[in-house]
Design a protein around this ligand. Structure first.
Ligand code: DGL
Length: 287
């Protein structure tokens, strides 16, 4: 928790995910909060999280948070629905720095967009099995009809840089989403931060009458509101810095991430999280 007298406003926002997906949240944070410095960690050595057990996801989330806490962030964004669904308690056990997840903001956005209509939720196997979205949506509107579908292949496709223009992605989207589309949801939550990388392919199957809710975009608004509320916003100025760390294969991360962000990720640094990594152990930047 920021200490009295600290210049909280200048401290970075820490963001993490299993891999490249959390960059979809970074993109939204950059849009909403261009003056905020960001430190990002993608756990590319251990992606995907969505096929792992809650115990292992919680362990990975704790390790990511412990690494990011070395940057003294003012806020941690769990830019991973899987972590948000099964490991929020594990995160608050390691820090009193506020942690914002994806599930509640995503659920809120969807209930607004769907009104009385049905909500579709797509996510990893772990997120869907956890029932976290169903609980969060029913907390807001107990009567809401919800249809949930796990789409496990979307994550490895996005990690491999196969995005919406790839025919394999189109075919996968059709296979997973045609049954969901036939239930005529009013809104569908992209309940995995990798899915915005495939948004056009997903939207093409669901059609123009379905509102697509990006959980990361909703979470970025929640971050902006929290920082404004607490008086923790960075002073506006030049676009803020961004440091990016991964636990494996920075070259591939940089290529896919730059393509997705539409801007060159100038440097992606490799970090070994075990045990108790600190930035001084990080290998030289890959350019
Ligand atoms: N992007 C993450 C999520 O939102 C993790 C996906 C994965 O690693 O399986 O769930």
């Amino acid at each position: 928790m920021p200490r009295p007298g600290d210049c909280v406003t200048q401290r970075p926002i820490a963001v993490f995910d299993s891999g490249v997906g959390g960059l979809s949240v970074v993109r939204e944070l950059r849009r909403a909060l261009p003056a905020e410095p960001i430190v990002y960690f993608g756990d590319t050595a251990r992606v995907p999280y969505g096929t792992k057990s809650p115990r292992i996801v919680a362990q990975f989330a704790r390790e990511a948070a412990e690494f990011l806490l070395t940057f003294d962030p003012k806020l941690i964004v769990a830019a991973c629905n899987t972590v948000s669904a099964v490991a929020m308690d594990a995160l608050s056990a390691v820090t009193d720095v506020p942690v914002i997840g994806m599930v509640e903001p995503g659920a809120r956005g969807a209930t607004v967009a769907a009104g009385d209509g049905a909500i579709g939720v797509i996510g990893t196997e772990a997120t869907i099995a956890s029932g976290a979205y169903v609980r969060a949506i029913h907390h807001i509107n107990p009567g809401q009809r919800i249809e949930s579908t796990a789409c496990p292949l979307f994550v490895p496709l996005a990690e491999e840089g196969r995005l919406s223009d790839d025919p394999i992605v189109a075919l996968t989207a059709q296979t997973y989403l045609t049954p969901l589309g036939e239930l005529s949801p009013k809104a569908v939550i992209l309940g995995c931060t990798h899915y915005p990388l495939l948004r056009e392919a997903i939207a093409a199957v669901l059609g123009p009458n379905v509102a697509i809710i990006d959980s990361g975009q909703e979470a970025a608004h929640a971050v902006a509101a929290m920082l404004a509320d607490r008086g923790w916003l960075s002073a506006a100025g030049a676009p803020a810095s961004m440091r990016v760390f991964v636990s494996d294969n920075p070259t591939r991360f940089r290529a896919v991430g730059s393509r997705f962000l539409g801007q060159n990720l100038e440097s992606v640094e490799l970090v070994d999280l075990e045990p108790h990594a600190v930035p001084s152990r990080i290998a030289p930047s890959v350019r």
